[in-house]
Design a protein around this ligand. Structure first.
Ligand SMILES: *Cc1c(COP(=O)(O)O)cnc(C)c1O
Length: 855
């Protein structure tokens, strides 16, 4: 793969060179749009984009200070501080930094000769992309847009990740909101194949008509090397357009009549939450049956697009079926949930446009539960229609779905939505008198919640559909049945709060590395890492390469240090921009041997971190290793860019060992001084963990490593107990309660010894396989039920345990039991079984569902 030389780019980006970079050979390897990713100064080029509330030119100074040397700026712009403030920088003045970004991405794309699949349409693009990537990943090495990077800015960034030496397929989604945009995206993606998901009414505002929007979208598929468009023939307008434009198509249908390459027939009698279907693919004479692991209409449509692609590729039907069953849901799809009082919820609180509403109503129509069907709907956004017309269309959609009760939330819907008595739904359930169509409106979600009584919705099937800003998750929470089973609830606000607390302890300029090893201390690494990225932590650290890879695959771009990288992972680390900690001469030599050919550029050489042993006696270079280490660093300087030097304190949390800690810190100063002298420049240095941050503020050097404190545990016992907030709460439910006569024993080995009096014993749905420690058994542990302590009785079993609720008469099956969290502090619980909070947090097993809350 080759990257363009900055000096050669003026023609390509329609610009002119205002100043050549000090390094005339500098190439553009990374595209930067904000100052947060400036972990890659070498080869990073910054594009100063300007938006309504944002001006990239403001960051120029910051980025230059962080080492970025290549800049694309608007013509005739006054650089902050004047040109003299950027002596080594290459500065290219362009008519439009966005167009320059797009032009570079298009040129990069041209180096890639393997297939590229472009996805557009109104709904489902991201899900189809994610699912297709999951379904094809056994056969292909896929480069795909991260999340929904489908805009004028997102597409160039996505396509830039294509690596001809590694990827065998690119999958990119393209979204547009006005005329002219798709042509620009088409030049960047240059798809050889495509999927058109469907034509909806979202984002109508930028288009004169549905036809115009459709034609605009289809320009994605009109390049010279375009070979095949996968599409559903059931939307007449789409079918007509594909034919009129003579696009090479591969069509599928679910109807009996339209001609199509594949015909899918769904069976009405599929088992609950699944869809059985038959595929007839006459060209090769194939008929096959498949079961999809869901039953809602939008998911079926998305899956059929993917299925068409797999059938066309002639993947074996049995293999397709195996892969289909492993599809993981993509978070933004409609979710089915049990509601309180025997109600059933279809939760679609992600967006709310007319097309999405129609799809969601389809899913509602397919529900076979008896009883009333209710729609809770916010103002419908971005339809491009006038309000009266928009809400007339909304009203017209309701009868087919059998909706007989509507709760409208928002100023506009309250004003505009009218259900004429004559238009009440005839298809509604027979038990519902059509004359009794109920309509209620509320100006805000708060107003609705204030009067909400969940029994009013007993036995109903409820579609909850609201635009993001209405916060309908709160309605779902109020109507949802108590979570059954065991959950670890992670409070993201508490996490941010703790982060800010530790940040305030740092001297200005001190950087913050956050430890997200061990699944972020059990809390869920991706969610925590993505919050930390948002909160602008400087570095993340994990224990093993796999943990780092998972974060990169999830789209985390912060620099990541890997503490225990095995030599066979060095190549992979480089590929994922993960930075290993090197802790011995042997490891250093293996590292050098892996990369014995110098990288083609310094940028492809990942930075390393040197671990120095000053007294922990675990991993690290000893003082005696320093001369040999220094010699290697000097000899191989180009291949060993050192990002930082670190040491770990053995007893930062114990004042009895403070003399030892001071000796460790003195040794660290000595060793780093010697190494920096050998390197000829200074690097980041760090020694403090959470306890150290609070107890040794003078030893922050220029970075610290925050761990357990972030998760709300003060290992040093020096923080004011009120300042840290507990982040994780482990809870489960009572499965059954038994009243046991005096003299009865409980559980395995009859270790729950008999009592003199009658007792009530509750069985909880959590055991040691969930990470609830077996040592809590037989009275060592307690849980909280209705805020009252219930002691453990008998041994903790694999999936269950028993507690005594004799003194909690209100306890009932289904009630929540708290195992740790507010009222049951981790350090105290840990002490009862002779361990530490770290172990309790990190042992909650991955089978326990993590729920992330933010108030
Ligand atoms: C885990 C770890 C930390 C963080 O320790 P806490 O006590 O959780 O703050 C810091 N440095 C290293 C090397 C670690 O392994």
């Amino acid at each position: 793969m080759s990257f363009p030389r900055f000096l050669d780019l003026s023609a390509r980006v329609s610009g002119h060179l205002r100043q050549a970079p000090a390094d005339a050979s500098a190439t553009v390897r990374h595209l930067l749009l904000d100052s947060r990713r400036a972990d890659l100064p070498v080869g990073a080029a910054f594009f100063a984009l300007r938006g309504p509330s944002h001006d990239g030119h403001r960051y120029l100074h910051d980025l230059y200070a962080q080492g970025v040397r290549l800049f694309f700026v608007e013509e005739n712009i006054a650089l902050p501080g004047g040109l003299a403030a950027y002596p080594e920088a290459g500065i290219m003045e362009v008519v439009s930094p966005l167009a320059a970004l797009q032009a570079l991405a298009a040129a990069h794309r041209a180096q890639f000769t393997a297939p590229v699949l472009g996805i557009t349409g109104s709904n489902g693009k991201t899900i189809v992309k994610e699912w297709l990537a999951q379904l094809l990943s056994p056969d292909e090495d896929i480069c795909r847009s991260p999340r929904s990077y489908n805009s004028q800015v997102g597409v160039p960034l996505s396509v830039w990740e294509l690596n001809p030496e590694r990827h065998t397929l690119g999958i990119f989604e393209a979204g547009i909101s006005e005329v002219g945009e798709m042509a620009r995206l088409a030049r960047i993606i240059r798809p050889t194949e495509g999927i058109f998901t469907n034509l909806g009414t979202a984002h109508d505002a930028g288009f004169a008509s549905e036809e115009q929007k459709l034609l605009e979208k289809l320009t994605l598929f009109q390049g010279a090397d375009f070979q095949r468009l996968f599409y559903c023939a059931d939307q007449p307008l789409v079918r007509a357009a594909v034919v009129a434009l003579q696009l090479p198509g591969f069509s599928w249908t679910r109807l009996p009549t339209p001609p199509a390459d594949v015909r899918f027939t769904t069976e009405a009698s599929s088992p609950a939450n699944t869809t059985r279907l038959r595929a007839d693919y006459p060209a090769p004479g194939l008929t096959a049956e498949f079961t999809l692991p869901f039953a809602d209409e939008p998911s079926i449509e998305n899956a059929l697009h993917c299925l068409a692609v797999l059938l066309h590729r002639q993947v074996e039907p049995a293999e397709i079926q195996r892969r289909l069953l492993r599809l993981h849901p993509v978070a933004m799809r409609l979710e089915m949930k049990l509601g309180r009082h025997d109600s059933y919820l279809l939760d679609d609180t992600y967006n709310n446009d007319l097309a999405g509403l129609a799809l969601a109503l389809n899913a509602l129509a397919r529900q076979s539960r008896p009883g009333r069907r209710t729609l809770i709907l916010s103002d419908v956004l971005e339809s491009g229609l006038s309000s009266p017309e928009l809400y007339a269309r909304v009203a017209a959609l309701l009868p087919a779905a059998g909706v007989s009760r509507l709760v409208g939330i928002g100023e506009e819907i309250s004003r505009e939505l009218k259900i004429e008595p004559g238009s009440t739904p005839s298809g509604a359930d027979a038990s519902t008198d059509p004359a009794s169509f109920l309509i209620q409106t509320f100006p805000t979600t708060e107003a609705f919640l204030a009067q909400l009584n969940p029994t009013d919705f007993a036995h109903e099937t409820i579609l909850i559909k609201g635009a993001r800003r209405f916060g309908f998750e709160r309605i779902v929470a109020a109507l949802q049945a108590q979570q059954h089973g065991t959950v670890l609830e992670v409070n993201l606000d508490a996490l941010s709060h703790n982060l800010q607390y530790y940040r305030r302890q740092l001297s200005p300029g001190t950087k913050l590395m956050v430890m997200v090893k061990a699944f972020a201390y059990g809390a869920g690494s991706y969610e925590v890492a993505s919050l930390l990225e948002f909160q602008r932590a400087d570095y993340l650290a994990v224990a093993y390469a796999d943990e780092g890879i998972a974060l990169r695959e999830a789209g985390i771009s912060l620099p990541i240090m890997v503490m225990n990288a095995a030599p066979d992972s060095f190549e992979t680390l480089r590929r994922y921009r993960l930075e290993p900690e090197i802790y011995s001469l042997e490891m250093l030599d293996e590292y050098l041997a892996t990369f014995d050919i110098p990288a083609e550029s310094p940028l492809l050489t990942p930075k390393i971190h040197l671990k120095l042993d000053t007294g922990m006696r675990r991993l690290g270079f000893d003082e005696a290793d320093l001369p040999a280490l220094a010699a290697r660093l000097r000899q191989h300087a180009a291949r060993l860019p050192v990002a930082s030097m670190m040491t770990h304190l053995a007893a930062a949390d114990e004042s009895g060992h403070d003399d030892f800690t001071h000796e460790q810190l003195a040794a660290f100063r000595r060793m780093t001084t010697a190494l920096e002298a050998a390197l000829g420049h200074s690097v980041l240095k760090h020694a403090l963990n959470s306890a150290g941050i609070l107890r040794f503020p003078a030893a922050q050097f220029n970075m610290v490593r925050l761990g357990i404190g972030l998760y709300g545990v003060d290992a040093s016992n020096t923080a004011d107990p009120a300042v840290l907030r507990p982040v994780s709460q482990l809870r489960t439910t009572i499965s059954q309660i038994k009243t046991l006569p005096a003299g009865t024993t409980v559980g395995y080995g009859r270790r729950g010894t008999a009592a003199a009096a009658e007792r009530r014993i509750a069985t909880l749905a959590i055991g040691y396989a969930d990470g609830y420690d077996r040592r809590f058994g037989n009275g060592a542990g307690t849980v909280l039920i209705h805020g009252q302590a219930a002691p453990l009785v008998g041994s903790v079993c694999m999936d269950m345990c028993m507690v005594d609720v004799t003194n909690i008469p209100a306890a009932r099956a289904g009630d929540v039991a708290l195992l740790f969290g507010e009222g049951l502090p981790l350090p105290e619980l840990a002490a009862r079984i002779g361990t530490i909070a770290y172990e309790l947090l990190t042992s909650v097993s991955e089978r326990v569902k993590r729920v992330f809350v933010s108030e």
